[in-house]
Design a protein around this ligand. Structure first.
Ligand SMILES: [Zn+2]
Length: 143
């Protein structure tokens, strides 16, 4: 994984850290991610706004390679309905928001139910939440 620090072009203070799996980033993605940080910095440091250089948006340091974040297997979740007994799990980072876990659970249920209708009893899960891809597996255990 790679990181690059985004700095205010005026005071050079760090306003955010961009992470990416490769040394490629898109200006559009950076604009989306850094827009909030820049607005927050404008509030905290209003003297930077309007100063020469502020209109550039941000300065980006060079990429630095960092170790991948630790991964942990989520506790398998279960869903019962009638004869259905679906379990699923994802590989997730150690720090993950409850909102993301909820979104993954909902996605896993609907994906599993759709695949069951197609005759499968287990299958892969691949969901993108807030731009991050999570992979997992579901199965229907006959009871
Ligand atoms: Zn500044």
């Amino acid at each position: 994984m790679f990181e690059r620090i985004a700095r205010c072009p005026v005071c050079k203070k760090q306003i955010d850290v961009l992470t990416s799996p490769t040394k490629e980033t898109s200006g559009y993605g950076e604009a989306l991610i850094l827009g909030d940080s820049r607005r927050a910095h404008a509030v905290e440091s209003p003297q930077c706004v309007g100063a020469k250089g502020w209109e550039r948006g941000w300065d980006l340091d060079d990429f630095v390679e960092v170790p991948d974040p630790p991964k942990a297997k989520m506790t398998p979740k279960q869903y019962h309905r009638g004869k259905l007994h679906i379990t699923w799990e994802y590989v997730i980072p150690k720090e993950i928001s409850n909102t993301t876990v909820d979104a993954l659970d909902i996605a896993a249920q609907s994906r599993a139910l759709a695949m069951l209708n197609d005759g499968y009893r287990e299958g892969e899960l691949c969901e993108v939440v807030d731009g991050v891809e999570y992979r997992g597996w579901w199965r229907n255990q006959a009871t």
